[in-house]
Structure formats: structure tokens, C-alpha cells
Design a protein around this ligand. Structure first.
Ligand code: ADP
Ligand code: MG
Length: 587
């Protein structure tokens, strides 16, 4: 077992069709468990592999076993047992991807709770790989609907989890169905003695691989969460971008559409950023990643899938703008920072109803996730002032200012004011577009106007017949609370809050009861009012329950009044490069 360890996938003798995918999915070098597992598995040896979560075990067994598949043979040749339905789906999906260039290849996930008929139909059609949870696999074996005569390999994935969930007995029974001549691989993050016993009993002369958990990557990453409250996530993110020392940041959102939307919103606020999602061509994705690597781009908004395997040492910050669906995804996301021995910071936005996920993540990573307060108005002022001073110093050093010095002397004698006054006035003018002291509303992180808890059902002061239900395009997903809506509407439409009726919040929009006789002028005014970074776009409710994307696009076309910000003093370094799109040079 003293072979040299492969430094590149090209040295691993994988089947050409499989090798081709590795480049496509963006893996550059094999992870340690992969480098050590692939050669023996390709040789047909049994294997006992221990490596912590997130080290690439799926590919460690999939790539070699898929390399040995006979696509023409329409019978299960590889069986992978996983402890949960989610893992079964995840592994099946990964294998389908790795096998994308094998013609007529099929992988079937089977798990409890899933419709039998569909599974049977697919089994009958012929699949080469079955990935399943022990219970359901055993069911199929007992019913005779799954036959393992042609099986050449069994993988027991996450064996320690299997043990915890009480599946070991089923696993052992399933192994009885498999041909004696098969190959067996067992992977586990930890090696409790019960797992070792199974291995001893069912593996033949296995290669043993143990990847030392070098203090898990997670430990180099300081983890924080911000409880979404009283402020929209976009505003929170903007503050973080302004106040933190960031070299490069990756922001995770849930959908492809959201990557584009958020990147555009950040652009509008002066932060040059790009989306990274699975809808983009491979070429465009690579280009974006290259720009992130070479420093011509600092902010990327990505989906989990698109950022898989992303390795850019410059990334100092990961923001989980939308909480991930599962813990593995979280670990993978934050692992995009703290690379190559550097330190990283991970920030998670948690809505009140997502608290449970936060606790689950903390438990699974065995690392504390600290509550963070958003940078305060003072923090941001301080940083803007710091940057402003730097800017002055830099210009003073690098520019020939004689012409301007004379101009100031001239002004001073003509108007008889001191240098101090002139400098102050010029500073004021320079920062006017984006004040060194952020607007007042910055100060209000915590409940701005906390509504009484039952505002949702506030009694209409007018008779119901005098009210009309209106729809506004801001909802729970944007972090809105009834109080924000009441506040905005009573201020902007000069409407007494007594005349604001019931408010019902939905995900993407809300319904609000207002007087029927609201003047058109007031309504018109309300269309363009911003709440939680969304324009109200108020309209008479038609009962439709969909978000109105067309409206959103329309608004985007107008953009927000941030022109010129990219040229304001004291702008954060992340905003510096953003000037390509907007030309506001007047000087
Ligand atoms: P484990 O089973 O050890 O917990 P996974 O197999 O789920 O880990 O892999 C974790 C992540 O790492 C996945 O997103 C996978 O696509 C990615 N990955 C696997 N191998 C590589 C590699 N060689 N280079 C980059 N990323 C990889
Ligand atoms: Mg795994």
C-alpha cells in the first residue's frame, strides 16, 4: 500500500467517459480520500474508508465504480446503501452526473414513502445502479422486484449514520442477497466498533484508508448569524459590505433567479457583482470564476449547485443570504472560504421561522455560530470617513494640485472666507450623493415601529363596505412586517392609520384594506413607495396569488436613484470597481 498518491485525475485511469465529466463539473484535483480510494476500487478491491463529511466520498466510490459499469447490461451492477432518503437522492444525482456520457445508463434511487409502481417500472426498464435506504431495498429484495445476480459492487455509505439509525441489521441481511464474488466498500466519517465489526465480517482483505481530520476546515472559519429583524436582508447585506474588511465574498441564495436579482440589486447600490448559476453556460461560469480569482470581481451571488467545488483562496466572506436546505449544503457553502490555510468568516441570515435549522447546523458542525449585530451607523460612518481620508491622502500624494491651490487662494480673497470653511464646503459637495454619515434610517436595526402583536387583524375603523382590498408587492419573503406597511402608507399617502384596515402578509405580496374613496393621486403616490426594498406597486386586489414578475422587471428598468454613488467619496473598496456600467463623470 505504498503507491504514490495521484496528484491529478489524469493519473487515475478512470474510464474516458467518466474522466470527461470531472472537468465539466469543475473538480481540479482529487481530494485525499479520492486519490487513495480510486486506484484500489478500480482494481476491484474491497475498501474501508474513513474521512469526515465533505471530503468527497461520493466521487471517491462513484468514479471508479462507474468506470467499471457495463452500460449495455441492463441489470443492477452497483448497489449503494445510504441512511436517509436525502442522501440516496443526493448520491443518485451525483452518480447520474458523473455518468452523463455513458449511453443508456440509469441510476434509480429507492427509499421509503416513495411510490412502488414507479420504482417497479424503472427497475423493469433496467437500471445499472440502485441507490437506496436499507428498509426499502430490503423490501424489493424480499418481493423479488430487485435482483442482484449481476451485482459486482456494494457500497455502504455513511456507515456510522446507518448504525445510529439502527439499520446495521438490514444492511447485513441485504449483503446476504449479493453475490459472494462482489466487491464491497464501506465509508464512514467515524469508526465505532460496531461499524468495524461489520467491515471485518463482510469485507475481504480490504484496503484501509483513513484521512486524518486535520482540524476540520470549519474551525478556521468564524461563524456568525444575523437574525433577520426590522431590516430587509438587502440592507443588512449592504451594511456588511460597507463595514467589513472584505477581499472577496460569495453570497448564497436559493434559486437561480435570485442570483441574478440580487446581483442586479447590488450593482444598483454600487457594488460590482455577478451571478453564478447552473443556467449559465460552462464558459460563462468559468469566466466569472476566473474574474473572482484574479480580483477583477469581488462579489459573486451563487446557488449551491453552481458553487460546488469552487476553490478561490481570495474569498474572505461567505454570506448565507438564504438559509441552506440542509446541513451538508451549509458545510459546503462555508467551506468556500477559509481556504489554503487562511481564515474566513461565514454569516448566516436567519429568519425567525428558520431558528430550528440554525440549531441543527450548530449541532452537526459542533461549532458555535455567534449572534452578530449589524454594523451600526457609527461603524459605517467611521469606515466611510476612514476611506475618505485615505482618498484625500492618495490624491494629495499623486496629483499636481497647483492649479487648484491657486483657485482656492483666489476664492479666499474674493469671498473673504477661511480655508477651513472652503475645505468643509468642498467635502460636503463631494459626499453629497452618498453622505459620510448615512441616512437616519440606518440607525434603526431593531423594530422600527413595533406594531402591537395583533396588527394583522386590526379593526377597520371604517365600515367594511367603505373599504377596498388592495394588493401590494411586498411580502414576508422581503422581511416585511405589518408595522412597516402601516408606517409607509400613513406617511406617504398622508393617510391616518385609523383608516388602514386589515393587513394579510403572504410570501411575495400582501393584502391591505384601505378606504374605497382613496383619491387616485394618493394611490398613484403609493405605487412608487419603497418598503423593505420593494416598490409597493399598489393595485386593487384581483384574487391572483402569483408574484408579478413583470412588475418587478419594470421597476428594475427604472433602477433606483443611486447614480453617482460609485463616484462618491468614502465608498467602500468593493464599490470602487463598479463604474463600468454607469457613466456619471461630470468633472
Ligand atoms: P462526503 O460524502 O465526504 O461528505 P461529498 O461526496 O458529498 O462529501 O462531497 C462534498 C462536496 O465536494 C460535493 O459538493 C462535491 O461535488 C465536492 N467535491 C467532491 N470531489 C471534489 C473535488 N475533487 N474537487 C472539488 N470538489 C469536489
Ligand atoms: Mg457522503
Amino acid at each position: 500500500m505504498s503507491e504514490t498518491i495521484a496528484a491529478s485525475f489524469a493519473d487515475l485511469n478512470l474510464a474516458p467517459a467518466i474522466f470527461k465529466v470531472i472537468h465539466e463539473v469543475g473538480y481540479e484535483t482529487p481530494s485525499p480520500i479520492q486519490a487513495q480510494s480510486i486506484p484500489p476500487l478500480l482494481e476491484g478491491r474491497d475498501l474501508l474508508g474513513q474521512a469526515q463529511t465533505g471530503t468527497g466520498k461520493t466521487a471517491a466510490f462513484s468514479l471508479p465504480l462507474l468506470s467499471r459499469i457495463k452500460p449495455k447490461l441492463k441489470a443492477p451492477q452497483v448497489l449503494v446503501l445510504t441512511p436517509t432518503r436525502e442522501l440516496a437522492l443526493q448520491v443518485a444525482e451525483a452518480m447520474q452526473t458523473y455518468a452523463r456520457h455513458l449511453k443508456n445508463f440509469h441510476v434509480l434511487p429507492v427509499y421509503g414513502g416513495q411510490n412502488y409502481t414507479q420504482q417497479l417500472r424503472q427497475l423493469a426498464r433496467g437500471v445499472q445502479v440502485v441507490v437506496g435506504t436499507p428498509g426499502r431495498v430490503q423490501d424489493h429484495l424480499n418481493r423479488g422486484t430487485l435482483k442482484l445476480d449481476e451485482l459486482s459492487a456494494v457500497v455502504i455509505d455513511e456507515a456510522d449514520e446507518m448504525l445510529k439509525m439502527g439499520f446495521i441489521e438490514e444492511v447485513e441481511q441485504i449483503l446476504q442477497f449479493a453475490p459472494h464474488e462482489r466487491q464491497t466498500a464501506l465509508f464512514s466519517a467515524t469508526m465505532p466498533k460496531e461499524v468495524l465489526e461489520v467491515a471485518r465480517k463482510h469485507l475481504q482483505n480490504p484496503v484501509e484508508i483513513r484521512i486524518k481530520s486535520k482540524t476540520s476546515t470549519v474551525e478556521k472559519i468564524s461563524q456568525h448569524f444575523w437574525q433577520v429583524k426590522g431590516l430587509h436582508k438587502l440592507d443588512a447585506l449592504t451594511r456588511i459590505l460597507e463595514a467589513e474588511e472584505i477581499e472577496a465574498m460569495i453570497i448564497f441564495v436559493r434559486t437561480k433567479l435570485a442570483t441574478v436579482e440580487l446581483a442586479e440589486k447590488l450593482e444598483a447600490r454600487g457594488f460590482s457583482s455577478a451571478a453564478l448559476n447552473g443556467d449559465m453556460t460552462q464558459m460563462l461560469r468559468e469566466k466569472t470564476i476566473d474574474r473572482l480569482k484574479d480580483g477583477s470581481l469581488d462579489i459573486v451571488v451563487a446557488t449551491d449547485v453552481a458553487a460546488r467545488g469552487l476553490d478561490v483562496p481570495r474569498i474572505t466572506h461567505v454570506v448565507n443570504y438564504d438559509i441552506p436546505h440542509d446541513i451538508e449544503a451549509y458545510i459546503h457553502r462555508i467551506g468556500r472560504t477559509g481556504r489554503a490555510g487562511r481564515e474566513g468568516k461565514a454569516i448566516l441570515f436567519v429568519a425567525p421561522r428558520e431558528k430550528r435549522m440554525l440549531a441543527a447546523i450548530e449541532r452537526a458542525t459542533r461549532q458555535p455560530i455567534k449572534a452578530m449585530a449589524l454594523p451600526s451607523r457609527k461603524d459605517i460612518t467611521d469606515r466611510r470617513i476612514g476611506l475618505f481620508k485615505e482618498q484625500i491622502a492618495r490624491a494629495m500624494e499623486s496629483q499636481d494640485l497647483e492649479f487648484f491651490e491657486e483657485l482656492i487662494d483666489q476664492y479666499q480673497s474674493e469671498y473673504e472666507v477661511g480655508h477651513r470653511k472652503i475645505a468643509a464646503t468642498l467635502s460636503y459637495l463631494l459626499q453629497k450623493e452618498r453622505p459620510l454619515q448615512p441616512e437616519e434610517r440606518f440607525a434603526e436595526e431593531l423594530p422600527p415601529e413595533k406594531p402591537e402583536p395583533n396588527t394583522q387583524k386590526r379593526p377597520a375603523r371604517k365600515l367594511d363596505s367603505e373599504m377596498q382590498t388592495y394588493r401590494i408587492e411586498v411580502g414576508r419573503a422581503h422581511g416585511v412586517e405589518p408595522g412597516n406597511i402601516v408606517g409607509a402608507i400613513s406617511n406617504e399617502a398622508k393617510l391616518n392609520s385609523r383608516n388602514i384596515g386589515r393587513i394579510r402578509l403572504f410570501d411575495q405580496f400582501s393584502l391591505i384594506d384601505l378606504p374605497k374613496d382613496l383619491p387616485a393621486e394618493q394611490l398613484h403616490k403609493l405605487k412608487t413607495v419603497w418598503v423593505c426594498d420593494e416598490q409597493l406597486q399598489i393595485s386593487v386586489d384581483s384574487g391572483e396569488k402569483q408574484p408579478r414578475w413583470d412588475k418587478r422587471k419594470e421597476r428594475k428598468a427604472f433602477g433606483k436613484g443611486t447614480l453617482g454613488r460609485k463616484k462618491s467619496p468614502g465608498k467602500s473598496p468593493l464599490q470602487r470597481r463598479g463604474g463600468k456600467k454607469r457613466k456619471t463623470d461630470k468633472a
